[in-house]
Structure formats: structure tokens, C-alpha cells
Write a protein that binds this ligand. Structure first.
Ligand code: FES
Length: 191
């Protein structure tokens, strides 16, 4: 075989090998490329907070799960402080890191104290808790917060779990950031 013919065969084999690898890669890439629907589901959700009165909350669908945005009143925030100083909560200072992004810390568990943004799924077995803000509405010493109807887990206005209930961790705080005073984006971290 001449040198030129050998070079031609080596070059041809390389090209064919490359084409084979490309052919094999296409289904893989197709498989992993998210569909438009999947991208839409994973996309951040923008919320307008105008019109949300103190004490009210709205329900938002984010990535197929319910999220609440609660505008807390000064009284609600005071009740959080009182609970932090009591021994009624399992994780009053939000030290279990998996339950909130790293930029959320402390008892209020919020970027801005006035607004709680929280995934509305009980950390026991995933039921949707009830919003029961009125003190005394669940029991005589109920301070107001969230009550899970499935197995009676209880959470305060920061989503912190009480002691002695089936749920063992605080409700999850999703990533979120403020785009302006009245607009919030759920699913994106602050820049
Ligand atoms: S699912 Fe909420 S207490 Fe069991």
C-alpha cells in the first residue's frame, strides 16, 4: 500500500468514526434537551404584590407545587418573636439548612420580614396545611399559623414547625428575589 493510499484510509476511517459518534450522540442530546413545556414548568414565576393586604396571602403555582406569599402584620411578626424565645419550636432559628436558601436566615425566614414566601406542603407527608391566622382557632393556646389537617402538624407564620407533631422540619422556603418593591420572582436567587 502506498503512503498516500494509507493516509487516505486513515482519514476516511476517522471521518466515519466521527460521524458514528455524532449519530450516537443525537438521541442522547434529544433525550436531555428539555421540552418547551419542561422549561416553562421550571421557569421562575413573577408575582405582583400590589393589592395584597396585611394579613392576606396568595397561592402561587411554582414547578407544580403550591407556594404561599403571606403579607405579615406587625402583630404576626411580634408573635414570631415571642415563639422564638419560647421552647415551643423545633428549629426556631432555622438551622436546618436544607429548608431554605443560604441567604435566608434567622427567625423571620424571609428576604423582607413583611413577606413570607413558603412552599405549602407539610414536611411530614406532603399534605397542604390550612392557613389559620386567628389565635385560638385550633386550640385555646393556638397562636395562629398553619395547621396540617392530615396528622395535625403545626407551623407558625414563618413556617417553623412546633414541637410534638409528626413533621420534623420547617416548611421549605423556595428561592426568591425582589424585582421591585411590589414584584417578586419565585424560583430565582437575588443577584
Ligand atoms: S402530612 Fe401533615 S401532618 Fe402528616
Amino acid at each position: 500500500m502506498t503512503m498516500n493510499r494509507r493516509r487516505f484510509l486513515v482519514a476516511a476511517t476517522t471521518v466515519v468514526g466521527g460521524a458514528g459518534a455524532l449519530t450516537a450522540a443525537v438521541p442522547f442530546i434529544r433525550y436531555w434537551t428539555p421540552s418547551a413545556r419542561a422549561r416553562a414548568i421550571a421557569a421562575p414565576v413573577e408575582i405582583n404584590l400590589e393589592g395584597l393586604e396585611p394579613g392576606q396571602q396568595i397561592n402561587v403555582d411554582w414547578r407544580g407545587q403550591p407556594v404561599w406569599v403571606l403579607r405579615r402584620t406587625p402583630e404576626m411578626l411580634q408573635r414570631l418573636d415571642a415563639l422564638t424565645d419560647s421552647d415551643e419550636l423545633r428549629d426556631p432559628h432555622a438551622e436546618v439548612k436544607a429548608q431554605q436558601p443560604s441567604y435566608i436566615s434567622g427567625a423571620q425566614r424571609a428576604v423582607k420580614d413583611e413577606y413570607l414566601v413558603v412552599v405549602a406542603l407539610c414536611t411530614h407527608l406532603g399534605c397542604v396545611p390550612l392557613f389559620r391566622p386567628e389565635p385560638g382557632s385550633i386550640s385555646a393556646d393556638w397562636p395562629g399559623g398553619y395547621f396540617c389537617p392530615c396528622h395535625a402538624s403545626m407551623f407558625d407564620f414563618a413556617g417553623r414547625v412546633f414541637r410534638g407533631v409528626p413533621a420534623s422540619t420547617n416548611l421549605v422556603i423556595p428561592p426568591h428575589r425582589y424585582l421591585s418593591e411590589s414584584r417578586i420572582e419565585i424560583g430565582a436567587d437575588p443577584e
